[in-house]
Design a protein around this ligand. Structure first.
Ligand code: HEM
Length: 472
């Protein structure tokens, strides 16, 4: 009896020692220097639940601001199962972007990456990243848009709005998503027939980030399931086209073909990169567009100025029936671009950018160990009252006389450095075209006060509907 008793005590003591050591290791990870201050949260889940807590639209992430006031501008945590350092100092943020591929690389935190179906093999780095970036910029940079997309976007948006107006009311985010995917698919794969293109569009439309809203609701899990299925189906379509092209050797002027031209790449990588473009484009541009319409509807002075700008474009045209030209978009839509910048700033879409350290990195006297995630909290900058007076106010005039560039230390909505969004100009053009046709042709109002939340991505729990009717 005594022996059993003694063995039980020893085993219990051993278990306690092992668990205590594990808990200690969890809270005090190994580091060849001084770790930034912070807390790793609960074992396994870390501080993930806190990171995901929803907060008001006109707020900066309380997860970040609370820890900043406790620990300062750089702190450690564990989110999505990854040891992480959050950087909030603008100079450090720019430095992280500057050292892309030398000290930091783009990466997704463990659990999050698995949901999106990304593994390290298909995230592009180095030469493959450069190759893919060049291709996306060729298609969606100013030159590509001007030569190959402007007309389609103009006509497609005009027709899309006309068909929505015939119904009288619609969800702006959904309509915008539809437009964006419709314009992108022929650029990705130019050989799909009308039915196959419509089918692929529907698959992409089924992918959304609504599952982000809550861990605890059944609808989130259903949305996650639908998104996973949509990802699988979209990649299946892309794969079948890729394989048939490889077999036949046919060549086409589209992204799928251009990615494999002159380089040997893993099929899995090519398929993922092609699939990733609409995913990156849809739920970003459509949210900003929806909020831009909402801001305009709530600000009659802004609407008036927009109408003035767009009606002047029509009046100044020699051929009244002509479509929007690149010169009109670039030279005569200054106020529209100020509205777009202000909407981008306020929507503040990406709360953080994800990076991983390639080696131990020294920052402000602290060491971020190799392999740790780094969250670059660019969103803080856009609500910083020292940079933007009354930061929560929608005021397009604050951009008056300023250069409307896609990156500066105060404006990082499209990221920065080598990973700067290659779709920025496409997004701006699509929003500008939507506003152009909307303000010159329609009367519109919000159907109800559509609430926007951050979890931490922006979502509209009840949709974002507008009423619309042609101007008499
Ligand atoms: C308002 C709309 C958009 C916003 C706010 C936005 C934002 C961003 C941000 C912040 C990044 C950088 C991510 C990082 O550094 O970790 C990014 C990258 C990217 N975006 Fe966008 N984006 C938008 C629209 C688009 C569109 C329309 C497309 C495609 C046509 C697109 C394609 C991409 C791609 C392919 C990347 C990866 C770039 C790389 O890895 O070098 N985005 N976007």
């Amino acid at each position: 009896m005594d022996i059993i008793w003694n063995v039980s005590i020893c085993v219990t003591a051993l278990v306690v020692v092992v668990i205590s050591r594990w808990l200690y290791r969890w809270s005090n990870p190994k580091c060849n220097g001084k770790l930034p201050p912070g807390s790793m949260g609960f074992p396994i889940i870390g501080e993930t639940l806190d990171f995901f807590k929803s907060y008001g639209f006109n707020e900066t992430s309380p997860f970040i601001t609370k820890r900043m006031s406790r620990y300062g501008t750089i702190f450690r945590t564990n989110v999505f199962g990854s040891n992480t350092v959050v950087v909030t100092d603008p100079d450090v943020m720019v430095e992280v972007f500057r050292q892309e591929n030398t000290a930091f690389i783009f990466s997704l935190p463990g659990a999050f990456g698995k949901v999106l179906g990304k593994d390290e093999a298909i995230i592009n780095h180095g030469k493959t990243h450069k190759h893919f970036k060049q291709i996306t910029l060729n298609f969606f940079g100013p030159d590509g848009l001007k030569k190959k997309l402007l007309g389609n976007i103009d006509r497609g948006t005009c027709e899309g709005l006309r068909s929505k107006a015939s119904v009288g009311s619609f969800d702006i985010k959904e309509a915008a998503g539809n437009l964006i995917i419709k314009h992108l698919i022929p650029k990705l794969i130019s050989t799909l027939g009308a039915e196959a293109a419509e089918n692929l569009k529907n698959i992409f439309m089924a992918f959304n980030l609504d599952w982000y809203q809550s861990f605890f609701s059944l609808s989130s899990w259903k949305a996650l399931y639908r998104s996973c299925m949509a990802s699988r189906d979209a990649m299946k379509v892309i794969k079948s086209v890729l394989l048939s092209r490889k077999e036949s050797g046919e060549k086409h002027d589209d992204i799928l073909n251009t990615i494999i031209e002159d380089v040997v790449l893993d099929d899995k990588y090519v398929i993922f990169q092609t699939y990733a473009i609409p995913i990156a484009a849809k739920d970003t541009t459509s949210v900003v567009m929806s909020m831009a319409v909402k801001y305009i509807t709530n600000n009659p002075k802004v609407l008036l100025e927009l109408k003035r700008e767009h009606n002047a474009i029509l009046q100044n045209r020699v051929d009244k029936k002509s479509e929007v030209s690149w010169e009109e978009y670039k030279n005569d839509m200054t106020f529209t671009n100020m509205v777009i910048n202000e909407s981008l700033r306020l929507v503040n879409l990406a709360p953080v950018m994800f990076r991983k350290t390639l080696r131990d990195v020294e920052i402000q006297g602290y060491t971020i160990p190799k392999g740790w995630m780094v969250f670059v909290a660019t969103s803080l900058r856009h609500y910083d009252p020292t940079v933007y007076e009354n930061p929560y106010e929608f005021n397009p005039w604050r951009w008056e006389g300023k250069q409307l560039v896609n990156f500066s230390k105060s404006f990082m909505v499209f990221g920065g450095g080598m990973r700067l969004c290659p779709g920025a100009e496409f997004a701006r053009l699509q929003i500008a075209m939507f506003l152009h046709h909307l303000v010159i042709n329609y009367d519109f109002s919000m159907a109800h006060d559509s609430e926007a939340t951050r979890t931490p991505l922006v979502s509209f729990p009840n949709g974002i509907h507008m009423n619309i009717s042609p101007i008499n």
